[in-house]
Design a protein. Structure first.
Lengths: 454, 441
């Protein structure tokens, strides 16, 4: 019954594009264009990536990157509010956009002959967006509804928000992408205008096109539509680093729920030099050993054997423009197990790896899954475009994607143990727990009444 | 699975396309029966070294009884957790070693077990052998049953505190009552606790039979290999008389009904609906195209325009028809700040009422057709999507030409047909309405 209503993408697992035909171009105004040919179906996905996300926001206007994303559908001189979506829909297309810590992305999926429409519309709103107070006043309410839906009423989302705040005290990753409610309440159309003026430039964007297209034809179209857009000088980016953590941090969140929940994590490095770094690959393997399949350590030991958790999982994203990442684990305890006991058990599994390492079997199993996942992901053009864009935003190149499986293959059991010992330490740990509160008992009881029309 | 539940700092603009359409054209679907009478639907494609399979059974959640609601789900969940002498751990280890992914999907009508594997000989033969064991020799170990029951019960208790889940359950109950489609979503901690191992064995023997199964095969094998695979998978399934199509018709509501569930959440979760449409229904295309205009077309729908774009009342508002063997739900859904729930509901009722009484405009109808027909290639642009369509076409015995016909049927729909179909099929004064939170004073 539940149909997919929102396009959200998890970027944690990023295997490479195998023998894909990819070409890269750059226009004089600085717009980068990356085209991957995939001729399996007569379709195309087109994504414009702006290197502007919550990472680039300032305190007091958190959420502005995402608000601007919403405003990008509110019209230009040539394409009035609402028309962008209508034009794409009439061309048989699907379209949407999303904002993350590192970037804001706009995309369309179309039958291949409709690509010019997509590029024409994106070039227009890159340069000519009209930000009116009237449209802003309506859309900011939509964004606040989104925050309520996404975070305020979702206990685990609240825990994640608090976790990030505790783990990152200086780095902007500590602030929620959707923004604090108070900042949204005080935001003005001028904040959105400032953001648009600062970051929406061809020299701050990458166009990624994957599908049944020819690279030289895409380049020609891109020149035609994006070529006239003028470049501007971008502000100097000052990369903030998180000071070293000197001791465990804890936060508790109270919210209406039945089950407690724990989210814990450690500061860990990101991929900076794909040819030389090995730690990020070892951390990636470590998540696989802990949680790569149903028989991996956490599920096998805590859910199946000891039955102290109803679910456990881990996560790590090695591709982050902010230069830092977290190694995460989360779980919900079984009836009769406290959240503290579950935390102890998860930490115990990590300790076990630090002390005794991982087995060759486990290592090979994770690697087999990586090889297969690399093939499976070629079934989605959209996902392939996502991988290319993510790499580019982080200042890496899509060219490194092809080495990803080999780099993972090269990880040894000793290296997995070494990163666990080095980074998964108590002084580097942040723990956030959900303290479930009863649903308001004073609220009126369930009632049922025959009802006429409103 | 790695990272599935970790929350990511990702915020979407939302409101994508809804409506589970089944549209494709020009797909060379091969169809035959195995020696055991199992239907097979196959599309051969060698572009990627991947093989995708789905084995579908008439074992959806509408087979449950109220006393043991949750049985269909639990049976399916336990297939892979102990089979042919292999433990749950051994089964998941073996699939992982091969890089294969076992999956499952279930709705009111259907239970589908899926496998994705590399098509290379070592991987595919190993994965298929294991897949056959899971389908044919599940053991439903008592200790695994108890563990999974406890997990499901905890999950149900958690859901009972969350507004979206509360709304879903109340909606099904209000719309379908004691009809099997109501029982399909009526699992409770008590009903799950009441399920025994014998229940699972019996459910499996009754509904996971060779002659009721539909196998879908997509990808990098030829016809001879596909035929061999189908025989392997169907051969060892339980045999016996075909399961009768026992679903009674869905009764229409005789009066409007409003369920209000108090909850302290900052937003009210609102669902409205009515019994909708069947697979193969004569009104299907008129309702499908009409719904695109009403609330299925994402940003360009009337509901989004009225409730979100003009008034800023919601992040998401949508409508859909979910076609099932009997009348699946027509549903409108939204979430809005609790203080403005009444205002939003009023706009929704007006928008729906206007649409039913006046129908769409010529311009709206043209835009809808342009999108549905023009977007056709996107519906079949991956092996995964094609596999899903094969399952639906097979399970509901839709004609093999159904796809080619789909665009033609959409093209034929007229404004008058949409108006007429909505007027006959949706009674706006008899809707089921669920509000979790505040509102409807």
């Amino acid at each position: 019954m539940v149909l997919t209503r929102f396009f959200c993408f998890l970027l944690a697992w990023l295997p490479a594009v195998a023998f894909a035909d990819i070409q890269e171009f750059k226009l004089d105004n600085g717009l980068k264009i990356i085209v991957q040919e995939d001729h399996r179906s007569p379709v195309v996905v087109s994504q414009v990536w702006y290197r502007a996300g919550s990472l680039d926001e300032f305190n007091g206007t958190t959420g502005v990157a995402h608000v601007l994303e919403h405003m990008m559908f509110k019209g230009t001189k040539r394409v009035p509010a609402g028309q962008f979506s209508r034009l794409v829909a009439s061309a048989g297309g699907k379209e949407n956009a999303f904002t993350a810590t590192d970037q804001t992305v706009y995309f369309q999926q179309l039958e291949k002959s409709r690509l010019p429409l997509s590029l024409k519309l994106e070039a227009d709103r890159m340069a000519n967006l009209q930000l009116t107070a009237e449209e802003f006043s309506k859309e900011i309410r939509v964004v606040m509804e989104e925050r309520r839906w996404r975070t305020e009423d979702k206990p685990q989302a609240l825990v994640y928000e608090q976790f990030q705040s505790a783990a990152y005290q200086a780095h902007p990753y500590g602030r929620p992408v959707i923004g604090w409610m108070n900042d949204l309440e005080q935001m003005t159309v001028q904040d959105a205008r400032d953001w648009y003026k600062r970051w929406y430039e061809p020299n701050n964007a990458t166009l990624v096109v994957v599908g049944d297209v020819k690279p030289d034809e895409v380049l020609k179209l891109a020149k035609q539509y994006f070529g006239p857009v003028k470049a501007h000088v971008l502000p100097v980016r000052k990369l903030q680093t998180e000071p070293e953590q000197h001791g465990e941090r804890r936060v508790t969140v109270k919210a209406p729920a039945k089950l407690p929940y724990v989210l814990l994590g450690y500061h860990v490095p990101v991929l900076k030099n794909p040819e030389q770094d090995w730690e990020p690959y070892a951390l990636e393997i470590l998540t696989g050993v802990l949680d790569g399949n149903a028989s991996a350590r956490l599920n096998q030991n805590l859910v199946r054997r000891d039955r102290i958790a109803i679910s456990v999982s881990t996560g790590y994203d090695m591709i982050q423009r902010g230069g830092t990442s977290m190694f995460l684990a989360e779980g919900m305890p079984s009836e009769g197990t406290s959240v503290a006991d579950l935390e102890t058990a998860i930490l115990g599994e990590i300790e076990q790896i630090k002390e005794s390492g991982v087995t060759e079997d486990e290592l090979q199993r994770v690697k087999a899954q990586v090889i297969a996942a690399d093939v499976y992901q070629r079934d989605s053009m959209f996902y392939q475009a996502m991988k290319i864009g993510s790499m580019e935003m982080a200042g890496l190149s899509w060219r490194s994607l092809k080495d990803y499986p080999a780099r993972l293959q090269a990880v040894t059991a000793e290296q997995v143990q070494a990163v666990a010992r080095k980074y998964l330490t108590t002084d580097n740990l942040t723990v956030a727990t959900l303290d479930p509160q009863p649903v308001d008992e004073n609220a009126p009881k369930h009632r049922e009444v025959p009802h006429g029309h409103h | 699975m790695a990272t599935i539940n970790i929350l990511r700092q990702l915020v979407c603009m939302g409101a994508g396309m809804l409506m589970s359409a089944q549209v494709w054209a020009g797909l060379p679907i091969q169809h035959w029966q195995t020696s055991t009478g199992t239907e097979v639907y196959f599309v051969e494609n060698h572009a990627l070294p991947i093989l995708d399979l789905a084995v579908n059974f008439p074992a959806g959640s509408s087979r449950d009884t109220r006393e043991k609601a949750g049985l269909a789900g639990l049976t399916q969940q336990l297939l892979s957790q102990g089979a042919a002498g292999l433990s749950d751990a051994e089964i998941s280890r073996r699939f992982a070693d091969l890089g294969a992914i076992l999956g499952g999907e279930q709705d009111q009508d259907r239970a589908g077990v899926t496998l994705r594997t590399l098509s290379s000989p070592r991987e595919s033969s190993g994965a298929l052998e294991l897949f056959a064991k899971v389908l044919q020799q599940p053991e439903f170990p008592q200790n695994v049953l108890e563990r999974e029951q406890a997990r499901i019960i905890s999950g149900l208790q958690e859901s009972a505190t969350q507004p979206a889940s509360l709304a879903d359950k109340a909606f099904s109950a209000a719309l379908y009552g004691d009809h099997p489609y109501g029982i399909a979503n009526a699992d409770t901690p008590q009903s799950v606790a009441a399920i025994s191992r014998d229940d699972l064995v019996q459910f499996y023997q009754t509904y996971y039979r060779a002659d009721g199964a539909v196998i879908a095969i997509m990808g990098d094998v030829n016809k001879a290999e596909a035929s061999r695979i189908a025989e392997l998978l169907a051969g060892g399934l339980p045999k016996g008389a075909k399961v009768a199509g026992t679903l009674p018709p869905v009764p229409y509501p005789t009066q409007a009904r409003v369920e209000h569930i108090a909850h302290p959440a900052s937003q009210s979760h609102i669902l409205l609906g009515y019994p909708g449409v069947k697979r193969g229904d004569a009104d299907y295309f008129a309702l499908y195209v009409g719904n695109y205009i009403l609330g299925g077309g994402g940003f360009v729908s009337r509901l989004t325009s009225e409730v979100r774009e003009k008034r800023g009342l919601v992040y998401s508002v949508y409508s859909y028809f979910m076609p099932l063997a009997e009348l699946g739900p027509f549903q409108i859904g939204l979430q809005t700040k609790r203080e403005q729930a009444d205002e939003a509901l009023k706009v929704v009722h007006e928008t729906l009422g206007n649409f039913i009484s006046q129908g769409p405009t010529d311009k709206e109808l043209k835009a809808a057709k342009d999108n549905i027909i023009g977007g056709f290639p996107l519906r079949i642009d991956s092996n995964g999507k094609i596999l899903s369509y094969l399952s639906v076409i097979g399970f509901y015995h839709l004609p093999l030409t159904y796809l080619d016909d789909f665009n033609k049927q959409v093209a034929k729909v007229t404004v008058a047909q949409v108006k007429d179909a909505f007027a006959r099929r949706i009674a706006p004064d008899k809707l089921v309405e669920v509000v979790v939170g505040a509102g409807t004073k």
